[in-house]
Write a protein that binds this ligand. Structure first.
Ligand code: NPQ
Ligand code: MG
Length: 386
């Protein structure tokens, strides 16, 4: 009996897994309300889903790139091109041994981390399903509930922001993050802090300042913020190190951390004291796990960032954030924070203690609602080995 079970497992996940087909879909979902950051504003999200088939199962991933190159140079369009013409052919060319072999196969193609991550995510969901393990189990997760916070966009008025702060605190969210930019920063933070003296509060500038704003940013020190996220340029480490040495508030880097090498350099230079890990930005699980392990070994807190993902990307974020080093609340909100209806069943919900549950079912641990996806699909492409 036991050997039969073992044999089945061995058969289900062969030493080398042949990928039989890759499907790429773009799916548009409207947002409940516009989301505005220092780099722009969106009303709907064009989601990019990746399905990878092999061994009789389907794994799901998501490319988190936006439609326009403001958060990063990648877009839905560049990712479609790079996956179709380079990454997918490499994945389909021969059976895959494991995650690191897959990562090595994608590594020669420079950059395009979100495109690479889309494939890694789908591959890992597929492997977890074939092994009848949850993604969290597969990567060594240790937590079954993930503390979460919410990211609040720049609002037309301060009153509208204050209403949203109250609303999300009321729903249990453990940390409020305010998007800031020059002209929407010190006074806004001051008023939120005045009304909520004890909450975990942070700000995210998405690169809106320069080192010349050092004295201006130092004014934030009096508000006891958990962190200032990515105040300076997207690819900078040096000016961030200089800024960090001159302010009390911890800097957290997001855009600047594009892989394990940059994480190591940022910590060596003192560019930040906290790291935001987004699986897409760093190129997938292979890099995200390395950055997690490095930070964990050094006692540097990490947390899981968000990219307005569908439930598919969201489920991957939950699995990642179940690792022991994710000690700060993630930007992993409920599906309903952004969308009237999500692509997965059940949707991601936040309980009143401000946590989301890491599911125990195989793979993502959620069902993918293909009918709803199909009804919202704008483009669909099938790729197979030739
Ligand atoms: C951040 N996310 O932490 C990002 C920024 C961001 C939840 O604050 C489309 C695609 C729109 C990706 C808007 C949050 C986006 C996006 C903002 C990412 O910096
Ligand atoms: Mg950010």
């Amino acid at each position: 009996m036991r050997s039969e079970v073992l044999n089945q497992t061995v058969e289900a996940v062969p030493d080398r897994l042949a990928i039989e087909r890759i499907e790429l879909r773009t799916v548009r979902l409207p947002l409940h309300e516009p989301f505005e950051t220092s780099f722009g504003r969106i009303d709907s999200r064009l989601l990019f889903l990746v399905a990878v088939k092999g061994g009789g199962e389907t794994g799901w991933g998501e490319v988190v790139a936006a439609e326009e190159p403001f958060y990063s140079y990648e877009t839905v369009g560049t990712a479609l091109h790079v996956i179709r013409d380079y990454l997918a052919p490499a994945l389909l060319a021969e059976p895959v041994r494991d995650l690191s072999e897959l990562a090595g196969r994608l590594a020669p193609f420079r950059g395009h981390n979100m495109a690479k991550a889309g494939l890694e995510l789908a591959y890992m969901d597929l492997v977890a399903r074939l092994k009848s393990q949850s993604l969290s189990q597969l990567i060594g997760g240790t937590r079954d509930r993930i503390p979460v916070g919410v990211s609040l966009g720049i609002q037309p008025t301060l009153d509208q922001l204050l209403e949203r702060v109250d609303r999300y605190l009321g729903l249990g969210y453990q940390r409020i993050k305010l998007k800031i930019k020059p002209g929407w920063d010190i006074e806004v933070v001051k008023e939120v802090r005045r009304r909520h003296p004890d909450i975990l509060l942070s700000v995210d500038a998405n690169c809106a300042y320069t080192i010349a704003d050092r004295d201006h940013l130092r004014q934030l020190d009096e508000f006891g913020l958990l962190m200032i996220e990515q105040p300076l340029e997207h690819d900078d480490l040096i000016d961030h190190a200089q800024l960090q040495s001159g302010i009390q508030t911890s800097i957290c880097l997001d855009e600047s951390i594009t892989g394990i090498g940059r994480a190591r350099q940022a910590l060596e230079l003192g560019s930040c004291r906290i790291i935001n890990i987004k699986i897409g930005r760093v190129g997938g699980y292979s890099q995200a796990l390395k950055i997690h392990d490095l930070c964990y070994s050094k006692g540097i807190p990490v947390w899981c960032g968000g990219m307005l993902e569908s439930g598919i990307g969201r489920a991957h974020n939950i699995a990642l954030a179940s690792l022991p080093g994710f000690v700060l609340p993630g930007d992993i909100s409920a599906s309903s924070r952004y969308f009237a209806r999500d692509l997965i069943v059940p949707e991601v919900t936040v309980s009143s203690d401000g946590t989301v549950a890491a599911p125990r079912g195989p793979g993502l641990g959620f069902d993918v609602n293909l009918d709803y996806i199909t009804s919202r699909t704008e483009t669909m492409m099938r790729l197979e080995p030739h």
